[in-house]
Design a protein around this ligand. Structure first.
Ligand code: NAP
Length: 338
């Protein structure tokens, strides 16, 4: 079988496709024939050696996949050969065949395509964890979403709509205005407008109930300022450390040095909260599985519907990642291993 490998730190052209031995499912494990694997921004960061919890090089990236169960090891009862499933791989999802423990598998309804299935775990799991689980999203809330046109951004917009949020601000680059508006968000051009000013102005000077910030660095303090009294900021990424295809240690250092140190007494006085979210490092996997169960129900009810930007043959993985570096995606980017 074939799989994608990051051999060393590098640009997209460093990525290799290699022949590997078929994996075997041991006790409690499930072997899956992958149809689609999701590409996440984290995969771009780890290729540049800027992702703390990535394995040592060489390794195969890929947090999530959808496919069919080929066989199961002893003791597995939740799924059987032939079942359509979503797999939370952790790493290693960019492969024709994968093996995962059965607690990292969720059944995929026949009515949901492999594309939509693979688009769910990371983007929707993360958005749901922040907005609903930690943030207690309520009807009438206002929410600020950055990278609004991307995988997590579009997931967040749909979850906000499903929970009755009244106003969702979405920041993105200018060419994405129409798309962001089509997702029901109030577009903010991140290069030309001051999102703090827009959020305050459009909420009678109060600010938003929640902001989700994957940009990092000094951008975080601006998101914090956009909150109202009682507001929650979710810090969940550092895209400002990745300005392009090649690694920039300068940008990474700038991001790190400009990251604000929040003052708990000031937070107390304004009733604001700051959450740090890294789903890959969440120890209690049951929490994540519960999110996926809730999201599967929302998917079946039509309350969420993943936006697929594009599906690339896995041999085109470098171009697919360039497409994200070039900020061209609107929704989720997937690899086709079928
Ligand atoms: N902590 C967690 O558990 C977790 C989980 C999932 C994702 N994340 C984070 O959430 C963010 C979004 O992830 P995603 O997978 O959904 O990706 P994505 O949003 O689809 O990423 C691509 C988009 O991000 C925007 N962007 C902003 N700065 C960028 C930069 N420096 N380089 C390239 N694109 C940039 C671009 O849109 P514009 O044209 O609008 O700028 C681009 O189209 C990432 O920072 C990621 O690390 C964190």
């Amino acid at each position: 079988m074939k799989k994608v490998v990051y051999p060393k730190i590098g640009g997209p052209d460093s990525i290799e496709i290699v022949e590997a031995k078929d994996p075997v499912a041991g006790p409690g494990e499930v072997r899956v024939r992958v149809h689609r694997a999701g590409i996440n921004f984290a995969d771009l960061m780890m290729r540049q050696g800027l992702y703390g919890s990535a394995p040592d090089f060489p390794f195969t990236p890929g947090y999530e996949a959808s496919g069919e169960v080929l066989d199961v090891g002893s003791g597995v009862e939740r799924v059987a050969k032939g079942d359509r499933v979503i797999a939370m791989t952790g790493f290693g999802g960019y492969a024709e065949k994968i093996v995962v423990t059965d607690d990292r598998i969720v059944k995929l309804s026949d009515s949901i395509s492999f594309d939509k299935g693979a688009a769910i775990p990371v983007a929707y799991g993360t958005a749901y964890h922040m907005l609903v689980h930690l943030g207690s999203l309520c009807q009438g809330d206002s929410v600020l979403v950055h990278h609004a046109a991307g995988g997590v951004g579009t997931a967040a917009a749909q979850i906000c709509t499903a929970f009755g949020a009244s106003l969702v601000f979405g920041t993105a680059s200018g060419p994405k205005q129409e798309f962001v508006e089509s997702m029901g968000m109030r577009f903010i051009d991140r290069e030309r407008e001051d999102f703090v000013e827009v959020c305050k102005r459009m909420t009678d000077g109060e600010g938003v109930h929640q902001a989700i910030d994957p940009v990092g660095g000094k951008h975080l303090m601006r998101s914090y300022r956009a909150l109202r009294n009682g507001g929650r900021l979710h810090v969940f990424g550092a895209s400002s450390a990745v300005p392009g295809e090649r690694r920039s240690l300068l940008a990474a250092m700038r991001m790190w040095r400009s990251t604000p140190r929040f003052n708990p007494l000031k937070m107390m006085n304004s009733n604001k909260a700051v959450f740090g979210v890294h789903m890959g490092r969440l120890k209690d996997e049951q929490v994540f599985r519960d999110h996926l169960e809730s999201l599967s129900k929302m998917l079946l009810k039509g309350q969420i519907d993943p936006v697929i930007d594009s599906v690339w043959r896995f041999e085109q993985v470098a171009d697919a990642q360039r497409h994200m570096h070039d900020r061209k995606n609107r929704g989720k980017v997937l690899l086709d291993f079928s």
